[in-house]
Design a protein around this ligand. Structure first.
Ligand SMILES: O=P(O)(O)OP(=O)(O)OP(=O)(O)OC[C@H]1O[C@@H](n2cnc3c(O)ncnc32)[C@H](O)[C@@H]1O
Ligand SMILES: [Mg+2]
Length: 205
């Protein structure tokens, strides 16, 4: 059986369909040298669509498709933290656990409280998952997923990165993503893994 061909990205402008400045920064870094002009959804005043999908891929696809309204291809990221002892929570609700003020100190503490409520014992194994969707204005979509395994540590450590980074210690490392140099995080993160798949398929030459 023939594997379906991926559509190469040949345009000059790409919209990063995210309203999270931490993500936009990481994605722009990962796209460096591959795209001439990168615009963000926020800068184009694109609305933040409701994330009604029941998978990371479904949400990434709906965010990417919504952002093609500006007439350019758009790249969206839907990601989250899945904790084994919490049956995969917060998962798709990772952003929502931070509440309307996007307070991640609160969200990380909620994770700690939920683990305590279940009398879960360390090591608290978890993974970050990232789905990337690249959509074109004609409706074509390419989507890829990446993960990184690790354990959770409390109290949170480090002020690099964003979101749940200060409690996530990737397997094989003694520091959290919050303590890690951004370049080191980019070399191993769930986002970097998904990016590797995306670039091999759509930015290969
Ligand atoms: O939907 P957009 O506009 O892209 O921004 P968002 O912050 O709402 O993003 P998601 O819906 O994908 O929610 C994912 C949440 O998971 C967390 N997350 C994802 N990747 C992360 C990373 O690399 N480090 C720490 N936390 C991460 C972070 O808190 C995000 O807010
Ligand atoms: Mg979101």
């Amino acid at each position: 059986m023939q594997t379906p061909a991926h559509r190469p990205f040949r345009e000059t402008t790409l919209v990063v369909a995210s309203h999270n400045p931490g993500k936009v920064r990481e994605i722009a870094e990962l796209l460096k040298g591959r795209v001439e002009t990168v615009r963000s959804a926020g800068e184009l005043n694109l609305p933040e669509p409701e994330e009604t999908g029941d998978t990371f891929i479904a949400n990434a696809v709906l965010k990417a498709r919504a952002a093609t309204a500006a007439g350019h291809p758009a790249l969206a990221d839907d990601s989250g933290l899945a904790v084994d002892a919490l049956e995969g929570a917060p998962g798709l609700y990772s952003a929502r656990w931070a509440g309307p003020d996007k307070d991640f100190a609160l969200a990380m503490d909620k994770v700690r409280q939920e683990l305590e409520a279940r009398a879960a014992e360390a090591p608290f194994t978890a993974r970050f998952v990232c789905a990337l969707a690249l959509a074109w204005p004609d409706g074509h979509v390419e989507a890829f997923e990446g993960t990184v395994e690790g354990t959770l540590v409390f109290p949170p450590r480090g002020d690099q990165g964003f979101g749940y980074d200060p409690i996530f210690q990737p397997t094989g490392h003694a520091i959290t993503f919050g303590e890690m140099d951004p370049a080191a995080k980019h070399a191993m993160s769930h986002r970097a893994q998904a990016f590797r798949r995306l670039t091999a398929a759509c930015f290969a030459g």
